[in-house]
Structures are given as C-alpha cells and as structure tokens.
Write a protein that binds this ligand. Structure first.
Ligand code: GDP
Length: 192
C-alpha cells in the first residue's frame, strides 16, 4: 500500500484532466462588521475544498479563490469582498451575489434588503442567483431580526436564505455548496 497518496493523488488526478475547473465570481456584500471576512476565511477550511491552496499568489485581501469539489466536479469560486459600485455590480462580471447581515444588527439587515432591492430592481439583475445570509446566529440572545421576517423578504427578491455562524463554523459548508449549486443550476439551460 502506497502511503504517499491521499491528498497528493487527488490533486494529481485533477491535474490529469485537460479541463481546468470553471471559475465563477461571487460578490460578497453587506455592512462592515457583519462577518464577510470571517465567512470567507471559513470557506477555505471547508471539507469540500478540492485542495489546499491557502497562499494562492493571486489572492489579495479583497479577492480569495477557493476550488470546490462537488458532484465529482471542481469549480473555482473567486470571492470578491470590497466596495463595488453599481457599474461593477451590473456589468456581468459576477455569477452570484452573497448578501450578508448580522442577526444582532437591524441596520445591517436593512442594508442587506436595500442591496437586494438595488440588484433586483434598480440594476435589474434578475437572472443571477442571490443568497441572503443571516450571520452570527450563535448570538441567539441578541437576535434582532427573526427568521420569518428575513425569509419572506428573501423570497420576495427571489433569493435563497440561509443562517450561519462564522464563529462556530455552523452551516458555512452548506452555504459554500449552496452558492456553487445555485450558480451551476443557473448555467444549465432548462433546469430552472
Ligand atoms: P466584515 O467587516 O463583514 O468582514 O466582518 P468580519 O468578518 O471582520 O467580522 C466582524 C466581527 O464580527 C469580528 O470581530 C468577528 O470575529 C465577528 N464575527 C464574525 N462572524 C461572527 C459570528 O458568526 N458570530 C460571532 N459571535 N461573531 C462573529
């Protein structure tokens, strides 16, 4: 039995393929302090990450890359975490929008709703997946926004809703996989 395998062989197999993984761009939006950096950092430790490229030369503070293995297929997500103007949001660069707020902060929730309004109505981006992320659910006793309220608003804007705790790494894997699934579904004609 060859003990040099496991991770290395996985990488080698994926490199044998002539096809590079698809690269999708995801904008992570929301007020400062809601946990965008923490969530992105947790994505890098997910069990779905195809191989560890923790110090990618192309990574910068505002753009991180993570290659995810889902349904035997690799895709790279470029997670962009910076202030984006309306032109950058609507010029077709992004494949998905992750809009984060903190359940402890109603102002951040209102900002998230405003962002969804801008995306769907003002910018008329109706054909790209958007996901509303209620973060910091570990802070149960400080909750200021109910699940029911946020979920119904998310539905209004035709976007998925999920609750996470970046601090406890709770539902972060599901979020990562959910974003990629939504993008793939959106790219598959006739499957929506
Ligand atoms: P960003 O400005 O949106 O990138 O937010 P950060 O990721 O820098 O997080 C802001 C603060 O919130 C930091 O002190 C984090 O440790 C904290 N934080 C982020 N996510 C969570 C969470 O899920 N639960 C708790 N309790 N704190 C969190």
């Amino acid at each position: 039995i060859d003990s040099t395998h496991s991770k290395d062989s996985g990488t080698a197999v994926s490199n044998c393929s002539s096809l590079e993984p698809d690269v999708f761009k995801v904008a992570i939006l929301g007020d400062k302090g809601v946990g965008k950096t923490s969530l992105t950092n947790q994505f890098m430790t997910s069990e779905f990450v195809a191989f560890e490229n923790d110090q990618d030369v192309n990574d910068s503070e505002s753009e991180r890359h993570v290659t995810v293995l889902l349904n035997s297929e690799e895709s790279t997500l470029d997670i962009v975490d910076k202030d984006l103007d309306k032109h950058e949001l609507s010029d077709g660069t992004f494949d998905a929008f992750a809009v984060v707020y903190s359940i402890t902060d109603r102002v951040s929730y209102q900002s998230a709703v405003d962002i969804l309004y801008d995306l769907r109505h003002e910018l008329s981006i109706k054909d790209k997946p958007a996901i509303m992320i209620a973060n910091k659910i570990d802070l149960v006793r400080k909750r200021k926004v109910s699940k029911e309220e946020a979920r119904s608003v998310a539905k209004q804007y035709n976007c998925k809703y999920c609750e996470t705790s970046a601090a406890l790494n709770h539902h972060v894997d599901e979020l990562l996989v959910g974003i990629l699934s939504q993008i793939r579904l959106n790219k598959t004609p006739g499957l929506q």
